[in-house]
Design a protein around this ligand. Structure first.
Ligand code: NAD
Length: 356
C-alpha cells in the first residue's frame, strides 16, 4: 500500500509517496507539466535506469555521472548551458533519479535556473530516501569544503520507492535511520534491533516502516524549522559535526553514512564524558551499527587535530564554539556548545574509547 506524507514547508507543499513500485504515480505526476526533464544517475543498475528512463521518455532523460565529483560548479555550469540550449522554460519540471549527490546537484540547478523551476525527486539510495531528498537543502562542494554553496528549494513531490533499493545502497542510509531513532523515534530502534542487513531487503514491511517513520520525523522537523534557526532542524546534526569532518579529512574516501556512524559514536561518547547524556548508550549504538553491517571508519587519537581543523569550516561552529547535538537519552536530543580547547580534549578521550 502506498503511504503519503504531506508537509507544508515555509508555505510550500511537499508530498512524499512511499511504496513498492511507484512508476504509475511518477508518470501521472508528469502530466501537469508542459515540459520536463529528468536527470538519471549513471551509477544505478541498467535495468532500473531503463525502467526510469521509460517513464520520462528517452528524449527528456539526461544521464549523469554522480558521486561527490558531480557536485561542482563546472558540472552545474554545463547543465545550465544545456538547459539554455534546449530553451527549457522556468515553468518546466526538473526531476532527478539518483542518490544524494545527484539530488544536491539537481536541487541547486532547479533552485537557481531562471530563479527557480519546480523539482521532483526519485531518490534511489536509502540515504536519499530518508534524508537528502527531504527538506529542501541542496549543495555544491568547493575546494575541499562540502556543500560550500547551496540553497533551500523544496521538491513538490518525492517518490520513495523501495523497489529501487538493493543491498549496495542500504548501508549509508541505515546510519541515518539509526540517527532518527536516537533523536526522535525510539520505535525505529526496536525495528532495527529485530533485523539484520541481510533480511532487511527481503522484509518489505519493515523497510517500508523504517522509511515512513524516518521521512515523517524529518518532514516534521523541517516543516517547523526550514532555515535551521529554531534549534529544531539542528537536532538532525547528531553525528554530523564529526561525521562531515571525517568525510572531508579523508577526501570522501569514507562515505557519508560510514562517517556519520563514526560521528554518532564519538559524539555519544563525548556526551557521556561531558555529563550531557543521562545514560550510557554509545555502546548500544556501536553494536547496532555493526550488527547492521556498517563498516565503521578507522579513527586514531592523532586524527583529533585534523578532524578539529575541518570542523572549523563547518556551519556548526558559532562564535568559535563547536555545536554538538547529542541525545540526552534515546529519542531526546539536546544542543550543546563546546569551546575548541574542551572539545579537543573530549574528542581525544572519545577516540580512545572508540578504538576499543
Ligand atoms: N541535501 C541534504 O539535505 C543532504 C542530506 C544528507 C546527505 N546529503 C548529501 O548526499 C550525498 C550522499 O548521498 P548518497 O549516499 O545517496 O550517495 P551517492 O549519490 O554518491 O550514491 C552512492 C552510490 O550509489 C549509486 N547508486 C545510487 N542509486 C543506486 C541504486 N539504486 N542501486 C545501486 N547503486 C546506486 C550511485 O551511483 C553512487 O555510486 C552527499 O553528497 C551528502 O552531502 C545531502
Amino acid at each position: 500500500m502506498t503511504r503519503k506524507i504531506r508537509g507544508e514547508i515555509s508555505g510550500m507543499v511537499s508530498e512524499v509517496l512511499i511504496g513498492d513500485h511507484l512508476d504509475s504515480e511518477i508518470c501521472r505526476s508528469l502530466e501537469r507539466f508542459d515540459e520536463s526533464l529528468m536527470f538519471v544517475s549513471k551509477g544505478i543498475p541498467d535495468p532500473l535506469r531503463e525502467r526510469i528512463s521509460r517513464i520520462e521518455g528517452a528524449d527528456r532523460t539526461y544521464h549523469l555521472d554522480d558521486g561527490e565529483l558531480c557536485k561542482t560548479i563546472e558540472t552545474y555550469n554545463n547543465l545550465v548551458l544545456m538547459l539554455l540550449e534546449r530553451n527549457f522554460p522556468r515553468s518546466g519540471l526538473i526531476s532527478y533519479a539518483g542518490g544524494g549527490t545527484l539530488g544536491d546537484l539537481a536541487g541547486f540547478l532547479s533552485s537557481t535556473y531562471k530563479r527557480g523551476t519546480p523539482l521532483h525527486a526519485i531518490p534511489t539510495t536509502l540515504l536519499a530516501q530518508v534524508d537528502s531528498a527531504i527538506g529542501g537543502k541542496n549543495g555544491l562542494n568547493a575546494s575541499s569544503v562540502k556543500n560550500a554553496i547551496g540553497t533551500f528549494h523544496v521538491p513538490g513531490m518525492i517518490f520513495c520507492d523501495i523497489s529501487v533499493l538493493n543491498e549496495k545502497v542500504l548501508a549509508d542510509g541505515l546510519s541515518e535511520v539509526v540517527k532518527y531513532g536516537m533523536i526522535g523515534d525510539p520505535s525505529i530502534l526496536e525495528i532495527l534491533e529485530s533485523l539484520t542487513r541481510e533480511n532487511l531487503i527481503e522484509d518489505r514491511g519493515s523497510l517500508l516502516a523504517l522509511v515512513e517513520k524516518s521521512v515523517s520525523l524529518k518532514m516534521k522537523m523541517v516543516s517547523e524549522d526550514l532555515y535551521d534557526r529554531k534549534g529544531i532542524r539542528s537536532t538532525l546534526n547528531f553525528g554530523h559535526t564529526i561525521g562531515h569532518a571525517i568525510e572531508s579529512a579523508t577526501s570522501n574516501m569514507v562515505s557519508h553514512g560510514r562517517a556519520v556512524a563514526g560521528g554518532m559514536i564519538l559524539e555519544s561518547v563525548i556526551g557521556e564524558i561531558a555529563g550531557i547524556a543521562s545514560e550510557k548508550y554509545s555502546g548500544f549504538i556501536k553494536r547496532l551499527l555493526v550488527d547492521l553491517g556498517i563498516e565503521l571508519p578507522r579513527i586514531r587519537r592523532e586524527d583529533a587535530d585534523r578532524i578539529l581543523s575541518y570542523i572549523g569550516n563547518d556551519k556548526k561552529v558559532e562564535n568559535g564554539n563547536i555545536i554538538l547535538n547529542v541525545p540526552v537519552s534515546p529519542g531526546i536530543p539536546v544542543g550543546v556548545k563546546l569551546e575548541p580547547h574542551d572539545f579537543r580534549k573530549l574528542l581525544q578521550e572519545a577516540i580512545l574509547e572508540y578504538e576499543k
